[in-house]
Design a protein around this ligand. Structure first.
Ligand code: C2O
Ligand code: CU
Length: 569
């Protein structure tokens, strides 16, 4: 019976695909700007495919995906992340340079019902970044639900250029993923590396109206594994203006470019010669890729098969409409003046080997140097301000994408050759594709943020590989991090008590630095988590329900925790 139902569902899908192509308007995420960002992560649902049930999804302030956050370089941004899921999760600011305790990696777990309030000074260059869950062993599931969002950073260098930046008009965020559905329209996450149907910004068969002029697409690959070899259906030339960490020094003209999992590419394409009313498709030219290209596996079903494997398919149908006022009419000849690290800058070199991944009846997950992720194990120690060269060696059966937190890096060599680094990946990067049989090197400086306790992650950005342990962690240490640990108790009092609005903390010893404040309710459940709070400003507890709470203060040096009780009125 189940089989018949499945076949029935499958034939419905086939019928709808063979009918004259109809498109759905590309959903453009709404935006939040300023310095305070309220993000509610929630379980929700959305009618993604028809006919049939709505799909159980996850979203941030939305029923799939989340708002695009606009940051200005140099601003201090404050995040109010409320976890309204029934599950713990985390929220990681992918590509942001910030303190490890604000990073939203697997250690910054946000229990259900809890408000997490990280903040940091935006140090990144103008570019396209993103945010997504990062709870160990849950990343694939939470990402597949649709939890994530774009971050767009602005800065004076980018703002001075004549580039398309009318969001949703000539500057389009485009997150590419695919999904597999079960017979009741629910996302399949188990033993599924590839979806069967595209979602562009959560929209199936997406179309967008773009003006007859130069337009900008900010493309993010948020897949589990699949890479996209993108191009336009008439093979026109387009221009890469930025990659993960912002603008390239000069645009790169291409007709095809690969965007692999976790990577971002900003492109400009010229629609000024297109007729109003005409259309063109942004495509994935994924047929004919060598085995090892993620999405190049044979077969249309099963863990590694997919209806989209080894074929060319549509990502976005573009309808050309009238030119806007003040259109952008050219690609600037120069974009930025980045000075990159070279191998000779590096004082420390490391090699990571991609290991295991044996197929077979009891497959061994991939990992690095035969060591799987363990949350209590620090794999690497980096000295603050060191410039390091890391080489990731993949003598393995399959391609992977390597991502490291904290830094933007420069890819310096592929297989030992600087000339083999692609021009499309010539800017600052935080993800790099490591094809099978290749080694790829990057150089990065680990500056600003040392923390002897809280690590940053490096991992394969395939969320199934990451969840299976293809991840490691490093701490950045400074001499200040080696202070003798003495178990002081932080004596403090809280006022007013009872409190209505702002809770103030008075330290008996004002030289103590507060590292973390956690507020728990009477049953011990965390309701607010504030890393490195500016306690002199008071803690806004106005969102808490009336009742008794405990405030726990962690001392930065000794990591000792002290608790006080207060009453919320
Ligand atoms: Cu986009 Cu560690 O992740
Ligand atoms: Cu991998």
């Amino acid at each position: 019976m189940k089989k018949i139902l499945l076949q029935l569902a499958f034939s419905f899908v086939c019928i709808s695909l063979t009918q004259a192509q109809t498109y759905n308007n590309l959903w453009i995420p709404d935006t939040i700007s300023g310095t305070t960002f309220n993000l509610a992560i929630k379980d929700t649902f959305k009618q993604i495919i028809t006919p049939g049930n709505q799909t159980i999804t996850g979203g941030i302030n939305n029923n799939f995906w989340g708002p695009t956050l606009f940051f200005n370089k140099g601003d201090t941004v404050h995040m109010n992340v409320k976890n309204k899921l029934n599950d713990s999760t985390t929220l990681h600011w992918h590509g942001m340079h910030l303190p490890a305790v604000m990073d939203g990696g697997p250690h910054q777990v946000i229990p259900p019902g809890t408000l997490w309030q990280p903040y940091w000074k935006v140090a990144n260059n103008a570019g396209t970044y993103w945010y997504h869950p990062h709870l160990h062993e849950m990343t694939l599931e939470h990402l597949t639900k649709g939890i994530g969002g774009f971050i767009i950073v602005r800065d004076p260098v980018e703002s001075a250029l004549a580039l398309p930046r009318k969001y949703g008009i000539d500057d389009i965020p485009l997150v590419l993923t695919s999904r597999r559905y079960d017979a009741s329209n629910q996302f399949v996450t188990l033993n599924t590396a590839y979806g069967d149907y595209m979602l562009s910004n959560g929209t199936p068969s997406a179309q967008v109206s773009l003006p007859k002029q130069y337009v900008r697409l900010r493309i993010l690959n948020a897949e589990v594994e699949r890479g996209y070899n993108i191009g336009f259906s008439d093979n026109r030339t387009f221009y890469i203006i930025g990659n993960d960490g912002g603008l390239l020094n000069a645009p790169v003209a291409v007709t095809r470019v690969k965007v692999m999992v976790g990577e971002r590419l900003e492109i400009m394409v010229n629609l000024s010669a297109d007729l109003i009313g005409s259309s063109i498709n942004l495509m994935a030219y994924n047929s004919g890729q060598a085995f090892g290209f993620p999405g190049g596996e044979p077969g249309t079903s099963g863990q590694f098969g997919s209806l989209l494997n080894n074929i060319n398919f549509n990502l976005l149908h573009i309808n050309v409409v009238a030119t806007t006022a003040n259109p952008i009419t050219a690609v600037p000849a120069t974009l930025a003046n980045n000075t990159y690290w070279t191998s000779s800058n590096a004082t420390v070199t490391r090699t990571l080997n991609i290991t295991n991944g044996n197929p077979g009846p009891n497959p061994i997950p991939f990992n690095f140097d035969n060591t799987s992720f363990a949350i209590g194990t620090i794999n690497k120690i980096v000295n603050l301000n060191d410039i390091e060269k890391w080489t990731v060696v993949n003598n393995n059966v399959f391609g992977h994408t390597f991502h490291i937190h904290d830094v933007e890096f420069k890819i310096t060599e592929r297989n030992g050759s600087a000339a083999a680094v692609g021009t499309h990946e010539s800017g600052w990067k935080d993800v790099m594709y490591v094809p099978k049989g290749e080694s790829v090197s990057f150089v990065a400086k680990f500056d600003d943020y040392a923390d002897a306790i809280h690590p940053f992650m490096y991992h394969c950005h395939f969320s199934n590989h990451e969840d299976d342990g293809m991840m490691g962690q490093f701490i950045v240490t400074s001499p200040a991090g080696f202070n003798e640990v003495k178990k002081d108790v932080i004596a403090f009092s809280v006022f007013p008590n009872p409190v209505d609005d702002k809770l103030f903390i008075k330290l008996n010893n004002t030289s103590i630095e507060v590292y973390y404040v956690t507020i728990t309710n009477i049953s011990g459940k965390a309701v607010m988590m504030l890393p490195q709070p500016e306690i002199n400003k008071g803690i806004d507890v106005s969102s808490l329900a009336k009742g008794v709470y405990f405030v726990q203060l962690m001392d930065k040096k000794t990591k000792s925790i002290t608790t006080q009780k207060f009453v919320k009125d």
